[in-house]
Design a binder for this molecule. Structure first.
Ligand code: G1P
Length: 307
């Protein structure tokens, strides 16, 4: 008899080996995941989201040039001692926040695509369902997408992906899903295509960067040939799983309508900084006041000049 896969999801994989070309030259020597969103690097939000959802075994898949990521999730003894000596407990606590999370690292070796990056996690993950969080997709901390996806996996098995409605002309930037049987915000995924021509897209439901995957995805990835852009696509492996009635097969989608920021895109990055800056505990009030004045100035420059 085949053993049942353990059902509880405790592991998260964060692929962070990309070159960040959309954000050059800022990302020439700094990994895009380390770009600050207000006062924390983007990837710290993603790691914290994972821990909040109860997934505190985090594996980051890195590439060359990513040493800053490892340093960020480690203790910085000299800095901690200096802050301790000054009695700056507030900053000391903030510096320690990221070091207190247990983050593992493995290198992808060759940049062969998202599917390949996920496969690199096989040994660490073993025979357990696990989550994948893309390092440049930031989900607002007030929205509980990952928790809901884990609950859907626990209830229905198989794999679960996050979907979001996008304008039809933008669907070619994403993986796109064909779905049926909607119950609340949960759908059954019947097909997937990576970055389709918008005229041929099966829907306007885009795959966003959160997945809860059955471990059978590893075997499927091993059989998945390079797809769009010559890369091994996670979307293609999920397309196989969506049509599979084998144990571990089947894909559901959670249609998300909350706040998501693509911090790898310059315009979305600016929006994320403004939104999260406004919500920031220490800076939000002052920043909000300044922003109101700034907007008024933009709307009626002559009045602002008289002030
Ligand atoms: C990747 C996935 C794509 C997904 C997107 C979400 O694409 O391949 O299916 O829709 O992330 O951000 P990338 O943005 O890395 O090209």
């Amino acid at each position: 008899m085949t053993p049942q896969h353990p059902r509880t999801v405790t592991k998260a994989v964060i692929p962070a080996a990309g070159l960040g070309t959309r954000f050059l030259p800022a990302t020439k020597a700094t990994p895009k995941e380390m770009l600050p969103v207000v006062d924390k690097p983007a990837i710290q939000y993603v790691v914290e989201e994972s821990v909040r959802a109860g997934l505190d075994d985090v594996l980051v898949i890195t590439g060359r040039n990513k040493a800053a990521l490892e340093d960020h999730f480690d203790h910085h003894w000299e800095l901690e001692q200096a802050l301790e000596a000054k009695g700056d407990q507030f900053r000391l606590a903030r510096v320690r926040e990221s070091a207190d999370i247990k983050v593992h690292f493995v290198r992808q070796g060759q940049p062969l695509g998202l599917g390949h990056a996920v496969h690199v996690a096989k040994e660490h993950v073993g025979d357990h369902p696990f989550a994948v969080l893309l390092g440049d997709d930031l989900i607002d901390g007030r929205d509980h997408l990952l928790e809901e996806m884990v609950a859907v996996r626990e209830e229905r098995g198989g794999s679960v992906i996050a979907l979001m409605e996008v304008p039809p002309e933008s669907v070619g930037l994403y993986g796109c899903a064909a779905v049926d049987g909607r119950e609340g915000d949960v759908v059954r995924v019947t097909g997937l295509v990576e970055k389709p021509d918008p005229a041929e897209a099966p829907s306007n439901l885009a795959v966003i960067g959160r997945y809860v995957l059955d471990p059978s995805v590893f075997e499927v990835l091993e059989q998945t040939p390079p797809g769009r852009g010559g890369e091994i696509q996670l979307t293609d492996a999920l397309q196989t799983l969506a049509g599979s009635s084998e144990p571990g097969g089947g894909v559901h989608g959670v249609v998300f309508s909350g706040r998501r920021y693509d911090t790898g895109d310059r315009l979305d990055y600016l929006k994320a900084v403004v939104r999260l800056g406004l919500d920031h505990q220490e800076l939000g009030k002052d920043f909000g006041q300044w922003l109101d004045e700034f907007v008024q100035e933009r709307l009626a420059p002559e009045k602002a000049f008289q002030r």
